[in-house]
Write a protein that binds this ligand. Structure first.
Ligand SMILES: [Zn+2]
Length: 410
């Protein structure tokens, strides 16, 4: 009987120092059988008896998924000051928005899509405030899940904001075609930028029930202060921007406690940043009903956290709690590159006990499951087309280091 390595005529038989399928244990002597289009035909645990091997030096891993990006903000690369805190960042962002033409923004989004592709990224969870990047996504061979983001604080403008969001959502749906699905949903920006009425509109709209959800969460101490007391830099900023806060009553609870109940109509929820979540938040979460805890997924953007706030989440709290974790780059407004490998380097440096297998679960399989792409992406398994990345420059224990590089080989 033929072994499976010899059943296929046109295929690559790739072996490396180590192969990380991610869905199973790393293979020291394994072989990936792949057709010319990148479909995985099989993963063999041993090279024994397999001819015509293509040996690559390094570590073979699946394509990465960037769980949080804002492609449309790519034009702000290098334009925003570092380390000014979230308040300084948002004020800077508001000054810069509108100073560039659509053509310039689109051009920079095209470059950013190429940058991600070259960095071994095969799928992106992308926040949109406009439909500017639709043409980039339609011609991209990456998988995209688009979150059309709404925010608004002044009760008087809620209907107008809501209608624009719904209209953009309907527009996105018209861009769908059998060849190029463009899955999308409408999501709130952050607990401090969405009024109770706007949250309610989203909860009551059947179009977004059972859709996956996403929100920026617990990104700064300012956010906590605003939710607890209605004071601090966020209140000052809203005042400076002329936004009416008279309808706002601070809920008097921390960000996760405030937002999670609002996500119950979603099939699952992705909380992005989580920089200031603490042990008490996790104690509260552990005491919640299972149907609530099952919604919870966390995405870290360490590069952006360092850029904006000069601090990182307490990763150990999350590792101990056991919720699905993933990584995002955020935008080029708050990061110097769009690379999941660079985010893995920051996490690995911050958590010396984090092994490469776990880091790859964050970078590949967990987000693939979250976005519903795990039939094709997220792991090197028979029947998938996950993209193949070759990592070089790991240390003797196969941990990612500052000098690790990535080459996309399929
Ligand atoms: Zn973001």
């Amino acid at each position: 009987m033929k072994d499976s390595a010899n059943e296929y005529a046109a295929m690559r038989k790739i072996t490396a120092d180590i192969i990380y399928p991610v869905s199973s244990e790393p293979l020291k002597d394994g072989v990936v059988l792949m057709d010319d289009e990148g479909h995985i035909l099989d993963v063999l645990p041993s090279r024994d008896g397999v001819g015509d091997l293509e040996k690559v030096d390094g570590v073979l891993v699946p394509g990465f998924i960037n769980a949080h990006c804002h492609l449309e903000l790519s034009y702000l690369k290098g334009k925003i000051s570092e380390g000014t805190g979230l308040d300084g960042f948002i004020r800077d962002l508001e000054k810069q928005r509108g100073a560039y033409s659509d053509e310039q923004r689109l051009f920079d989004a095209i470059l950013a899509e190429k940058e991600m592709r070259n960095a071994g990224i095969v799928g992106v969870g992308d926040i949109m405030n406009t439909l500017l990047t639709v043409p980039v996504k339609r011609s991209s061979d990456l998988s995209w899940f688009s979150f059309l983001e709404v925010y608004g604080f002044s009760e008087k403008r809620i209907d107008e904001i809501w209608h624009k969001g719904v209209l953009d959502f309907m527009h996105m749906r018209t861009f769908r075609s059998p060849e190029k699905l463009m899955p999308c949903t409408l999501v709130p920006h952050a607990p401090y930028s969405v009024s109770e009425k706007l949250f309610e509109k989203m909860s009551n709209s059947s179009a977004y029930q059972n859709a996956i959800g996403c929100i920026h969460l617990a990104e700064s101490d300012e956010e906590v202060e605003f939710l607890l007391h209605g004071t601090g830099k966020i209140a000052d900023r809203l005042h400076d921007f002329g936004i009416d806060q008279s309808d706002w009553t601070p809920p008097g609870i921390r960000p996760l406690q405030f937002v999670l109940p609002k996500m119950m109509m979603r099939s699952k929820a992705l909380f992005v940043h989580n920089t200031v979540l603490n042990a008490a938040d996790f104690e509260w979460l552990a005491a919640q009903p299972e149907e609530m805890r099952n919604k919870v997924h966390f995405c870290f953007c360490p590069g952006a956290n360092l850029f904006i706030e000069k601090r990182l989440p307490d990763f150990k709290l999350f590792l101990n709690a056991g919720y699905p974790l993933m990584l995002g780059t955020d935008s080029l407004a708050s990061n110097i590159h769009l690379s999941i490998l660079e985010e893995m380097k920051l996490v690995t440096a911050a958590v010396p006990t984090l092994d490469t297998q776990t880091a790859l679960e964050w970078a590949c399989l967990n987000p693939a499951r979250f976005f519903g792409w795990d039939n094709a992406l997220g792991s090197i398994e028979k029947g998938k087309k996950p993209g193949l990345n070759l990592l070089s420059g790991l240390d003797a224990n196969q941990r990612i280091t500052e000098s690790t590089t990535v080459d996309r080989i399929a």
